[in-house]
Design a protein around this ligand. Structure first.
Ligand SMILES: [Zn+2]
Length: 251
């Protein structure tokens, strides 16, 4: 954990390895059963667990998480804190430029919140040609889409069966008696569906979560179990670790 290291320790570490993981999440509502910190909690847990598993092979540095994300669509629910999209892009840009200046050669933005993906992609566009480091962007759920489709109940969207199960397995606070099922409302049936895995045809639009859910949940959170979470999270971890091993081997 970079935040717990001294600067001479970071200097020493850079002689052994130059891979940094930057966990990014949000502080936003996750229905009545999951806390607001969920998306940076999961990104940080995945980063720390991957770093632990890689320790004997490569000593990866995990930076402090970026705890606020782009969440204006969740502002109808108390406690949500959002950045402007440009602020998030600028933050990611500045964090990557700093790590690059110190000599990190591979920087992995590990994202825990879908709403951040565009801002992260924009930061990567802006960083192109501006760093010696290679900068990667991974939304953790895309590492295990096949496993998610196999074990989770759809819609897979927000504070749903999939997200609750994974968070639970990773050690999140889950208020079991507050879990609810709310599949969410289609705004244009068959086109604008609240489901990460909705089939074609698709159209998209920006809307508020209050337009599609009363509880803040979109999905069947009552179907969540730690066991299901383990099946998904272990695939995420295995493939994330493999990705980092490939970076080490491609030096
Ligand atoms: Zn989330």
């Amino acid at each position: 954990m970079l935040g717990k290291m001294t600067w001479p320790e970071v200097k020493q570490r850079l002689t052994e390895s130059s891979i940094a993981i930057v966990p990014v999440g949000s502080t936003e509502q996750h229905g009545p059963a999951l806390p607001l910190d969920n998306d940076h909690f999961t990104a940080l847990q995945f980063a720390k667990m991957a770093a632990d598993r890689l320790w004997k092979k490569v000593k990866v540095v995990v930076t402090p998480p970026i705890c606020f994300g782009y969440s204006p669509h969740h502002m109808g629910f108390k406690g949500t804190i959002t950045l402007r999209e440009t602020t998030l892009t600028d933050t990611i840009y500045d964090v990557c430029k700093s790590l690059d200046a110190h000599g990190f050669k591979n920087i992995i933005i590990l994202n825990g919140h879908g709403g951040n993906s565009t801002a992260i992609a924009t930061a990567l566009h802006q960083l192109h040609g501006q760093t010696n480091a290679k900068v990667f962007h991974i939304d953790w759920w895309t590492l295990a889409s096949d496993k998610i489709l196999e074990v989770a109940t759809r819609p897979v969207y927000h504070a749903c069966d999939m997200e609750t199960s994974v968070s639970w397995y990773l050690g999140q606070r889950v208020l079991e008696d507050k879990l609810v099922d709310e599949p969410g409302k289609s705004l244009v049936p068959g086109y604008v569906e609240p489901d990460l895995f909705a089939p074609s045809p698709k159209a998209s639009m920006m809307y508020s979560m209050t337009d599609i859910t009363k509880s803040g949940v979109v999905g069947y959170a009552r179907k969540a179990t730690k066991e299901k979470g383990k099946l998904i999270a272990e695939v995420v971890l295995e493939r994330f670790v493999k990705f980092i091993e490939k970076l080490v081997n491609s030096k």
